[in-house]
Design a binder for this molecule. Structure first.
Ligand SMILES: Cc1cc2nc3c(=O)[nH]c(=O)nc-3n(C[C@H](O)[C@H](O)[C@H](O)COP(=O)(O)OP(=O)(O)OC[C@H]3O[C@@H](n4cnc5c(N)ncnc54)[C@H](O)[C@@H]3O)c2cc1C
Length: 434
């Protein structure tokens, strides 16, 4: 029986493991952290599992829905309307449906219409390749005008991408608009999906299914290098020792894949693995006695605020799932070398609360039951213009080594749905190796 070693126990690696074991391979999954799930991992908050980083799905996320159903877990999918809004000029605006949009006073009426037309315009784009050479900024100004761009989109792009906001490709935004626009009820309200018990329960469900099929899962065991002979990998050198294998699937972020494979690739191929830039994310998770607002997702459109969003998870998943605690995420994307990323957890909490008090003047510090800070070095690939030319192919020049990561799922943006698709595509490639 052929033995596959999968490096990385995020959703890409787990989905690939499922398909490879079904295809008759023996599989080892190596995960350097103590738990599985990668960016979609959860942690134990006093008996309740919380995602480190807020997660939901769109109704159009058919790849992950398909896998969940295949695993016999379909009954645990829940769908709910979401309530979204925007913080602008010290005020919270509800922006959940078309009517809210028509009442959005910061824009003159004609601009509200132009903003509302953006999703249909995006969905009418037949060939995204025609947007590849255009920045999101230029496309937005052309489509909705300077004013809509300045009030709505510029703060969001800056909030998410900071100094590189002007470099972001129109394809990235086009894709987001199509995705969100396609996940709506007849009323126009956004409908999102979640998993009963959270993403942690799903990861546990996948792990159990893999273990039942004989997959060996090694957590707390990172890959350090590959042993290569005659242009093919013969083993993965892990922290725990040498793991002989017939093929390797690397599902880590590309810079880590480059460190693992670089010595065995020519300069151009190694450089390509290192070419795509990423942003990190620092996420503050608050367990609160009180709710902040009635909104699930608040886009922060105030350039003086360093957060792209305030996500009150318990306005989506009921507060009863967490023993009555209100769960709030404050998300910030930033380069890894930004000083804020290196603040201690206590310093970061103090820094973030300063902004939270400004946004919610009634908020009192004694509403905090507990707080947690999570960091991800590789949270978001920077999707710049002509990104398709940057994406490395899955099959490397090493005969039996495949790389599949969230930076390669273009034109879609990252997401667990595409992690499943990427994992499954990679597994099919591995299964076809001579
Ligand atoms: C703030 C935030 C919010 C998000 N919200 C959503 C959402 O609402 N819905 C959604 O679907 N998606 C969301 N995502 C995206 C989603 O989490 C990712 O697209 C997906 O989880 C990526 O899975 P992956 O397996 O490709 O990569 P990763 O999750 O990055 O997994 C890679 C794994 O490799 C491991 N690894 C690294 N180096 C080594 C090594 N040397 N040896 C062994 N293992 C190694 C890592 O520890 C990690 O577990 C969000 C992401 C972030 C950051």
């Amino acid at each position: 029986m052929s033995h596959s070693c999968i490096v990385g126990g995020g959703i890409t690696g787990l989905a690939a493991a499922w398909d490879l074991t079904q295809a008759g391979f023996s599989v080892t999954v190596l995960e350097r952290e103590d738990s599985l799930g990668g960016l979609a991992a959860s942690f134990d908050a006093g008996g309740y599992a919380l995602e480190r980083f807020y997660h939901h799905w769109f109704t159009s996320d058919t790849h992950i829905i398909g896998l969940i159903e295949e695993l016999g877990l379909g009954e645990r999918l829940v769908s709910r309307e979401s309530r979204t809004g925007m913080y602008y000029a010290n005020t919270l605006f509800r922006l959940s449906n078309p009517l809210d949009l028509l009442r959005f006073t910061p824009l003159p009426f004609v601009d509200r219409l132009r903003l509302g037309l953006l999703v249909p315009v995006a969905r009418s784009v037949r060939d995204w390749r025609r947007l590849e050479g255009v920045t999101a900024r230029d496309w937005l100004v052309r489509t909705c005008g300077e004013n809509v761009y300045r009030v709505v989109w510029e703060p969001l792009l800056r909030g998410k991408f900071g100094d590189v906001a002007d470099e972001i490709s129109a394809v990235w935004l086009w894709n987001k608009l199509c995705l969100r626009g396609g996940s709506r009820a007849k009323s126009g309200a956004e409908v999102l999906l979640y998993f009963d018990g959270g993403f942690g329960a799903l990861v546990d469900g996948i792990r159990d299914a893999l273990v039942a099929r004989g997959v060996e899962i090694r957590t707390g065991d990172g890959a350090r290098a590959l042993e290569v002979r005659d242009g093919a990998a013969v083993a993965v050198l892990a922290e725990s020792g040498r793991i002989p294998c017939d093929n390797v699937l690397v599902t880590t972020p590309l810079p880590i894949a480059a460190d693992l494979l670089g010595d065995h690739l020519d300069e151009a191929e190694a450089a390509r693995l290192r070419r795509i830039r990423y942003l990190a994310n620092i996420c503050l998770v608050l367990e609160l006695r009180e709710s902040l607002s009635e909104l699930y997702w608040i886009n922060v459109n105030d350039p003086s605020f360093p957060f792209v969003g305030v996500i009150e998870h318990t306005n989506f998943e009921p507060v009863g799932s967490y023993g009555g605690r209100h769960i709030v995420y404050l998300s910030r994307y930033l380069p890894q070398n930004d000083a804020t990323y290196h603040l201690s957890d206590e310093e970061y909490l103090a820094y973030a609360l300063g902004f939270l008090r400004r946004m919610f003047p009634a908020f009192r510090d004694d509403a905090i039951i507990a707080s947690h800070v999570w960091r991800a070095d590789y949270a978001q690939p920077i999707v710049e213009r002509d990104y398709s030319a940057l994406v490395p192919p899955m099959h490397t020049s090493l005969r039996n080594v495949v790389v599949s990561s969230m930076a390669q799922i273009y034109p879609e943006d990252r997401g667990t749905n595409y992690a499943v698709r990427g994992g499954r595509e990679a597994a099919a490639l591995v299964a076809e190796l001579p």
